[in-house]
Design a protein. Structure first.
Length: 406
């Protein structure tokens, strides 16, 4: 019971107001804490699709965008508008069979497509936003880079060794590119071994190729070949344990992976002519259509067909060296006399045109006007590490050597 004298009454009344205020404040706080704003999370393509149905598909041979979208209720006139809007960004004629696509749509009484996503590869995709006005844009998934390493002794072929160890085959390709000027990977031997550190790319937790090789040591024919990635003047290269570039003036071979079926010799029984005659070239067997690469920078001298050579390209590299590539199934577009080509550029494709019994490229090599065996030539190296950067390079080299030699 409240007392009626003023001071006591006022104190009790103040006390009651305090209790009510605390109760109200506490109730409001509890309510505030229970209010949770749920923000929709974008999917792997950066789209908010929580309320939409998803239809996955794969582009079939000769299938067009119209073939796909008309089955989802989109009119031909709108498909035409979509194609026209997309043209500056992505031509719908370039849909590639075997690539995936995803459709996101609502479905009340009828289906209404909101997005069409064309997946170019595990990283790149094209979004067709059809919600209001048509918008088309390219985008990429996040790529996570992690450092990894591998070491192995060759047991058969490079690819076979990688397969047995469950290593990314892209690493073999990268190694072949780095060592293309030093090691002929068609002639590696059982017992050769390597130790390599590289950056592995991941997309959504799955491996996606090798970003780059950081440092490597490859022991071939009991000789160590080092390759350390180093940047100078905003470009990178690979250098050995003496600071010399591992890149030579010429590639070891005009094909990335193949096998030698006939070497340079002054006496060979010709399989077609059935006579013994000189074979002043090196034959590399490979499947029809395998890209043939220019072994060095140069200018095209000849690019046409002759009865014995078949389709061929001849390239002058400098005042000393010239190379020729015979029996192509076809010459690469743009190859004609006077055209400048770069080392590693595709100049044609393996075939069996002319006087040939099987699919291969006959690779011929001239030095000062005379044909020589390229496998016996000592090719000069490219520019070494610049003098002013040598201290920096050797500090980097010395940080890698204990790992590579372990």
């Amino acid at each position: 019971m409240l007392r009626t004298n003023f001071p006591g009454y006022f104190e009790q009344l103040l006390f009651l107001f305090s209790i009510v205020f605390i109760f109200i404040f506490s109730s409001c706080s509890d309510k505030d804490e229970k209010i949770v704003l749920e923000i929709p999370t974008p999917n792997s393509y950066g789209l908010i699709v929580d309320s939409l149905i998803e239809v996955d598909g794969t582009i079939e041979a000769n299938q067009t965008l119209s073939d796909i979208l008309t089955t989802h209720g989109i009119t031909t006139s709108k498909i035409y508008d979509i194609a026209q809007t997309a043209e500056p960004v992505f031509s719908v004629r370039n849909l590639k069979a075997g690539n995936d696509y995803v459709i996101y749509a609502t479905w009340d009484s009828v289906e209404t497509v909101k997005y069409f996503v064309y997946v170019s590869d595990p990283v790149n995709y094209v979004v067709f936003d059809l919600r209001d006005s048509i918008k088309v844009y390219k985008a990429q998934k996040d790529v996570v880079i992690k450092q990894d390493s591998a070491k192995a002794t060759i047991d058969g072929s490079l690819y076979g060794t990688f397969e047995k160890l469950n290593l990314d085959p892209n690493l073999a390709v990268k190694m072949a590119e780095v060592y293309a000027w030093q090691i002929d990977f068609y002639r590696i031997q059982v017992g050769d071994h390597f130790n390599v550190y590289y950056e592995q790319a991941f997309v959504e937790g799955k491996p996606y190729g090798v970003a780059k090789i950081l440092a490597a040591k490859f022991n071939h024919n009991k000789q160590d070949f080092y390759a350390i990635r180093f940047e100078q003047e905003e470009s990178h290269g690979y250098y050995d344990n003496k600071g010399n570039s591992v890149k030579k003036a010429f590639l070891k071979s005009p094909l990335k992976f193949s096998r030698i079926t006939s070497r340079f010799t002054n006496k060979r029984f010709h399989p077609v002519l059935k006579i013994v005659k000189a074979h002043l070239g090196t034959d590399y067997a490979a499947p029809t259509g395998t890209p043939i690469l220019s072994v060095g920078d140069g200018v095209v001298l000849e690019a046409h067909y002759k009865v014995f050579n078949g389709n061929y390209v001849k390239i002058k590299h400098n005042g000393t060296y010239t190379t020729q590539y015979l029996h192509m199934s076809k010459i690469a577009p743009g190859m004609k006399p006077g055209v400048r080509v770069s080392q590693g550029q595709v100049i044609g494709f393996v075939g069996s045109t002319g006087l040939a019994t099987g699919t291969h490229v006959c690779f011929r090599f001239w030095k000062n006007g005379s044909q020589v065996d390229p496998l016996k030539e000592k090719i000069p190296a490219s520019e070494p590490v610049k003098p002013e950067l040598k201290d920096e390079y050797f500090a980097l080299l010395n940080s890698w050597l204990p790992k590579l030699n372990s």
